[in-house]
Design a protein around this ligand. Sequence first.
Ligand SMILES: Nc1ncnc2c1ncn2[C@@H]1O[C@H](COP(=O)(O)OP(=O)(O)OP(=O)(O)O)[C@@H](O)[C@H]1O
Ligand SMILES: [Mg+2]
Length: 316
Amino acid sequence: MSPEPRIATVTLSPALDLTIRLPELERGEVNRTGPAELRPAGKGVNVAVMLAVLGEGSTAAGLLGEADIPAFDAFLRPFGIATAFEPLPGRCRINVKLVETVAGQVTDVNPAGAQASRTALDALARRLDALAPEIVVLAGSLPPGLPVEAWAILLRALAADGRKLLLDSSGPAFEAAVAAGPALVKPNRSELAGLLGRALPDRAALVAGARELVARGVERVVVSAGGDGALFVLPDATLWARPPKVALTTTVGAGDAMVAGLTAALARGLDAEATARLATGCAAAAVSRDVGAPGGGVPALADIQRLAAETQVERL
Ligand SMILES: Nc1ncnc2c1ncn2[C@@H]1O[C@H](COP(=O)(O)OP(=O)(O)OP(=O)(O)O)[C@@H](O)[C@H]1O
Ligand SMILES: [Mg+2]
């Protein structure tokens, strides 16, 4: 039997993304379209896929509507990703994206998903702990039915000697989780500003804000700033990494790709500069990927490596 992967990702609120393309939506009419695409998604799921591209095996774990588990298993298996989903009654969120090609407009309809429970969260924590991963990535929003402390509860339940816990969340769930001591967080600018309760108008303010989290016990703080790149406050250096210019096709999943790069860097023990390059290369490859390809397009490793090499890294 092969050993369990060293990395696990956790998604408490996975979704199925249903993308329907049509010239123009005729409201109140029957709209017939070409085949729609239904793709399992959610932040931790996206991180696991990007890790697979980087050659890092992982287990995608989380809470998932029972009826949807086979679809997630079938989607993730070809990537070599193991799964450990704790079943919830009902179905996960189905996020509908209506792409109207004439006007170039996208309408999102995102209904609420399956109701979670503290019992399911505790069962997931036990299951994850039994997998004994060295690195756990906790990512995304909380489903209905869980307290705002859900990420904090999981972080405390999973804390173990030498295990690294990475967190990418937002709002009150993020705020509640920071005190539980993740090893790495990756807020974007507005998530960090929300957490600190003040505006972060420039780079100096971002550095000061990130260092405040380090003072609160978070070892590594990465603050992403969209097309401007990201700030990396790491144990061996503080850096700013600017991605090379890419043909932008989508910003969906940019943050998840960056988190995957950070996770692989941690697993490989990379230094600050190599970490910033790998994370930024992953993110830049994600924003320029061919979203029209089946599965929304998965970046190629060669593109990630080229973009990582072309990333500009500045020491602060
Ligand atoms: N327009 C862009 N061009 C090049 N790279 C980009 C662009 N937008 C984002 N990126 C890359 O992706 C990283 C993460 O993007 P961003 O700060 O938007 O994350 P986020 O707000 O967490 O996104 P998400 O919605 O996926 O959670 C950036 O630091 C940058 O490296
Ligand atoms: Mg994000």
